[in-house]
Design a protein around this ligand. Structure first.
Ligand code: 5GP
Ligand code: ZN
Length: 121
């Protein structure tokens, strides 16, 4: 390998950049598998995104039950730390076009601090 080998390219995925720290975000928790940061356009008093460090385009691409467990476990931890566990909260994983997914990196929305209606829109 020559000294002129370029460094790894900057990831183009928005959430990969947040994981890498090249785009700022308000981090609320972090584990070896996932990070949790505040949504830039909060839809509830507490709106945190739980994002695996590994790039997976959506839930449909996530074949590792351990990784999915780590995402859920971090959501539960953050809910307790943010003081919404007792009142209740909602976890949402928008998946694909019909699911309303807009960022192509698996993420779980943790929403709390207000009551949520059902059915969702
Ligand atoms: P989706 O629609 O894919 O389920 O959710 C994507 C979420 O990412 C949206 O709630 C949106 O507000 C949030 N988001 C988009 N860009 C940024 C950003 O640059 N920083 C943060 N913290 N959240 C973002
Ligand atoms: Zn990514």
């Amino acid at each position: 390998m020559s000294d002129l080998t370029p460094l790894a390219a900057e990831p183009t995925c928005l959430f990969c950049r947040i994981v890498a720290g090249t785009i700022p975000a308000t981090l609320v928790a972090s584990t070896p598998e996932a990070i949790a940061f505040r949504d830039i356009a909060p839809q509830a008093p507490v709106h945190v995104l739980i994002v695996p460090r590994a790039h997976l385009p959506s839930l449909d691409a996530a074949e590792d039950p351990a990784l999915l467990g780590a995402v859920l476990a971090l959501a539960r931890q953050v809910a307790r730390e943010q003081g919404i566990a007792e009142g209740g909260y909602r976890c949402v994983i928008n998946t694909g076009d019909d699911g309303g997914q807009t960022v192509g990196h698996l993420h779980l929305h943790l929403l709390g601090g207000r009551a949520h209606g059902w059915p969702p829109g």
